[in-house]
Design a protein around this ligand. Structure first.
Ligand code: BT5
Length: 320
């Protein structure tokens, strides 16, 4: 009901308590209580005698009401599970995996944000977008890494849409001016006959003002790059809209299409890289991305197609 009151107030016009109560078929006291709760959530609402309530401003929160207002997707982000704090939104998605496809678990703060291979993801600052999209694709296990690539391409496109010159460091770090602004962690549950669900975790540094020493030269945020805060809900919508297009393209089998987009944004191609495998490391030149999203590198011994699940690459003179 609080959400419905907010929807009415979002028109930006004055609306009397009586009209709201009639529209929603609740008492005027109930309307007053919901308005009070909205104010506690950070919404600025004025009340003027004989005119009624009017919404003046909304807080920068990643609640369902803020994200779905104007969201143009069919199913990605249509159900938002919001919490102020959780251990990890990937864990939230895994704990609630019976939710419909496209449901999103989102938090202001993560106390145990996870990177890949047991690494930590700094997300105790509420200036980020820490979220996990729950997906239920009917695809073979070996296709899953392409969803992560599609997500990387989607975030990169969303950044470019707001004027940031973002690029993708293969396979799925989004980088601006040589520093990481977004990381993606895909976890899944599968059985012999297919995938049960995919928890696609996306971490984006938006309004973070500074990073601790150990990340200072490695991480960046929209605020650090532009000098201004950005509305996180707006960026979330852009990511959902870009991702749904690429995901649908991928599911319909037109994978070539999005790999072409991915390749155009990938900054690893053309660089000398250090390839790190579990059992060895070597230098190579990254020359291309193949149709499967694998990185093609050239070494003295010839060309190799690297699978993102098995290797990581680093620039020879630094992170990229
Ligand atoms: C990643 O791992 O880049 C995947 C990060 C995924 C985070 C999202 S947030 C929502 C969802 N819930 C989770 O618990 N996780 C996902 P990896 O490639 O392993 O990179 C981890 C490394 O990035 C760390 O070892 C740090 O060096 C660096 N790092 C940590 N926090 C960072 C941050 N906020 N921004 C940039 N770099 C960071």
């Amino acid at each position: 009901m609080k959400k419905k009151v907010l929807e009415i107030l979002k028109s930006g016009e004055y609306c009397s308590g009586e009209r709201i109560s009639q529209k929603l078929n609740v008492s005027r006291t109930a309307v007053w209580k919901y308005v009070k709760k909205l104010k506690e959530d950070g919404y600025k609402i004025e009340s003027v005698t004989n005119k009624g309530y009017r919404l003046i401003s909304s807080p920068d929160l990643l609640t369902e009401a803020e994200i779905t207002d104007g969201l143009a997707t069919k199913y990605i982000g249509k159900h938002i599970f919001y919490c102020r704090e959780t251990d990890s939104t990937n864990n939230e998605a895994k704990r609630n995996n019976s939710a419909p496809e496209g449901s999103v678990f989102i938090a202001e703060i993560q106390s145990g944000g996870k990177g890949r291979l047991g690494r930590k993801w700094l997300s105790e600052d509420n200036g980020g977008i820490w979220m996990t999209i729950l997906l239920k694709p009917r695809i073979a296990l070996e296709e899953i890494s392409k969803i992560t690539l599609a997500a990387g391409a989607a975030v990169c496109k969303a950044f470019r849409g707001i004027g940031l010159s973002a690029g993708i460091k293969w396979p799925n770090d989004i980088v601006v001016n040589g520093r990481k602004i977004c990381g993606i962690l895909t976890e899944l549950s599968a059985e012999a006959d297919g995938v049960n669900y995919v928890a696609l975790g996306i971490g984006i540094n938006v309004n973070i003002k500074a990073f601790p020493k150990e990340l200072e030269n490695k991480a960046t945020s929209v605020f650090i790059e532009t000098g201004a805060e950005y509305n996180r809900a707006k960026l979330v919508r852009a990511v959902f809209e870009e991702f749904e297009k690429l995901y649908e393209e991928f599911l319909s089998g037109r994978v070539g299409g999005f790999i072409k987009d991915y390749k155009a944004m990938c900054i690893t191609v053309g660089k000398n890289v250090r390839v790190i495998k579990p059992d060895c490391e070597f230098d190579a030149r990254a020359v291309d991305i193949d149709r499967e999203g694998r990185l093609i590198v050239e070494t003295e011994k010839g060309k190799m197609h690297l699978n993102s699940g098995e290797v990581s690459v680093r620039g020879i003179y630094g992170y990229i």
